[in-house]
Design a protein around this ligand. Structure first.
Ligand SMILES: [Zn+2]
Length: 97
């Protein structure tokens, strides 16, 4: 009777160890695949970011280069001014009047 219980315990132990090893191996393969895919995806992300922020305009007030996507901009005749902040926008507007 004791022997049977011991055998069951050993079987469970072996199954748990085998499962742990299998899980870690699968995790290792999975993370390796994820790393490869992740670095690829981040490289793509980076290139698209560079494209988006590719066009920079100089803030006429403080000289900071700002992205064309900035909400602080002003169309004046044929030219568009880009500002780093609302303060620069207001200051330039005051100066141009
Ligand atoms: Zn500015």
């Amino acid at each position: 009777m004791f022997r049977a219980v011991l055998e069951v315990l050993i079987t469970i132990l072996v199954a748990m160890v085998a499962r742990a090893v299998l899980t870690s191996v699968i995790k290792g393969i999975g993370s390796a695949a994820r790393d490869a895919a992740g670095s690829d995806a981040s490289a793509k992300q980076q290139s698209s970011d560079t494209r988006t922020a590719g066009v920079l305009h100089k803030d006429p007030v403080c000289g900071t280069y700002v992205a064309a996507t900035t909400p602080f901009r002003r169309q004046a005749g044929t030219s568009t001014y880009f500002y780093c902040s609302e303060a620069c926008q207001a200051s330039h507007l005051r100066a141009s009047r």
